[in-house]
Design a protein. Structure first.
Length: 479
């Protein structure tokens, strides 16, 4: 570090040149890596990626003006010339992969990769929280889990990291294979196998096969962490063994699980858990509600053990978990008429995560005269099973004690018709139209859940509800 509080050098010009095979116009040192000029920090090297609807080369000059240490480019661009610090490469996307590869090769960190149909980002963030006090920890930001997010996250990994945590996502076969070969994890978690993205597959076992590609980037000393309660557990074990991974840790309620749930008490905003982690009984507080989070926490502690870290110390950190934006974030919204509570789970949805969210809403407390209201957008990428899977949500909604359901989109139209008339709120074609209906209906004392796939744009409803007042009180667990 050059001064107290300064960011450490992540890449020198020569290191980046050797990694990418490019040519530098002048010397430079970077303290970070960015692909977005809007969020770039001074000292970052800006990678000018070209996408289907944008070209980062158009912003390379602005990035340098904003304090970028250098710009990685593969063509001439307006406002950029060789008097500026440039790393000129054959293709910026390929060069980003090479930079990620070089970061992986120089790192001595224990690397954990997380995939699964549900719970990937939450599990990754819990691992970051649990491991950070035990050693310098680098982790991918948000859901940077695809063909550009993973190499970017690797390229950003601190040179001195003790632990590295990466989320690997997919919606088609073959995607995780390439990402795992890049990360080469020491520990691989598959949180669960459920019918997310089923529209792109012929069966749920085919989804399992695609997730199992994560084992192909591991060596024989790696550890697979698998859900013992999932119907495809043995299928995944076979896939791991076929890939040469012989060390398997399981988690769940099953009596043979290595990270086994012994007891838990589920509350509106948290859970009290007793678990046996590889034979050691541990009590801990989990500052996220819902039985799905209890399962996530078991996977986290199994992976912590596999990475050689202190499981008891890690479990204590679970009391400090906080949700990410759009993934269960809670708001108390104060209006002239009083306060209503909002759970923003608008980032993603599939049948399994929908049911988990209903369970959480069903445990929320209400004000005087309040109602539990679910505001749902379509679950996408379900293919020919879409109508059936949307309709199947009616029973879980009733079982959770939900009082009213608003919906938008073609998929939830099927659900709307399936619901008893007393539970039917408004149905609309899109989230903007639905937002207006919900805002007219909400009352003081209500607790609301907003959830849908990202493409259903349910964040529009969240923004409209927050605009009714100012976020007021925080919930008891700091959310």
């Amino acid at each position: 570090m050059t001064a107290a509080g300064a960011r450490k050098v992540l890449w020198s010009a020569e290191e980046a040149r050797q990694a990418t095979g490019g040519r530098n116009t002048r010397d430079w040192q970077a303290t970070g890596v960015s692909i977005d000029s809007r969020s770039l920090q001074p000292g970052d090297v800006f990678v000018a990626l070209k996408g289907p609807s944008f070209d980062g080369h158009d912003f390379a000059g602005k990035a340098i003006e904003a304090g970028a240490a250098a710009a990685m480019v593969h063509r001439d661009a307006d406002g950029v010339d060789e008097s500026m610090p440039l790393l000129i490469v054959d293709d910026t996307f390929a060069a980003l992969w090479r930079l990620g590869t070089a970061a992986r090769e120089r790192s001595e960190a224990r690397l954990i990769a997380v995939t699964g149909s549900v719970g990937k980002t939450g599990t990754k963030e819990a691992l970051r929280l649990c491991l950070s006090p035990q050693g310098l920890t680098s982790a991918s930001i948000g859901s940077f889990n695809n063909h550009w997010g993973v190499p970017l996250s690797l390229a950003r990994m601190d040179r001195e990291a003790v632990y590295g945590i990466f989320e690997l996502g997919m919606n088609h076969p073959g995607e995780i294979r390439e990402l795992s070969a890049l990360v080469r994890p020491h520990v691989a978690i598959i949180t669960n196998i459920e019918p997310a993205h089923i529209g792109n597959f012929t069966s749920i076992s085919e989804i399992a096969d695609a997730k199992a590609e994560i084992f192909e980037g591991m060596d024989a000393n790696g550890t697979a962490v698998l859900n013992r309660d999932n119907a495809l557990f043995h299928h995944l074990c076979t896939k791991a063994e076929d890939a040469g991974v012989s060390r398997i840790l399981s988690f769940g309620q099953h009596k043979e699980a290595d990270a086994r749930l012994l007891d838990c008490s589920l509350h509106a905003t948290c859970s009290a858990v007793t678990a046996s982690i590889r034979g050691r009984e541990i009590d801990y507080c989990l500052a996220m509600p819902g039985s799905h989070w209890v399962m996530n926490s078991l996977a986290v502690l199994a992976a912590v053990s596999a990475a050689g870290a202190d499981v008891v110390q890690a479990s204590a950190q679970l009391a400090n978990l906080k949700p990410l934006k759009g993934r269960g974030e809670r708001h108390a919204v104060e209006t002239p008429q009083g306060i209503f509570h909002l759970i923003d789970d608008s980032y993603n949805a599939n049948p399994t995560s929908m049911r988990a969210a209903f369970e959480v809403l069903g445990r929320t407390s209400l004000g005087a005269g309040g109602r539990r209201i679910a505001i749902l957008g379509d679950m996408l990428e379900l293919g020919t099973q879409s109508q059936e899977m949307h309709a199947s949500l009616a029973d879980p909604l009733r079982a959770a004690g939900i009082d009213l359901v608003f919906s938008c989109g073609s998929g939830t139209a099927t659900l709307h018709e399936k619901l008893p008339e007393a539970l039917r709120g408004s149905h609309a074609n899109d989230s903007k139209a639905l937002a207006a209906e919900v805002c007219k209906a909400v009352k003081s004392g209500d607790s609301l859940l907003v959830k849908g796939s990202l493409g259903s744009r349910m964040a529009v409803v969240v923004e409209a509800l927050l605009a009714l007042g100012k976020p007021a009180l925080k919930t008891a667990n700091g959310q």
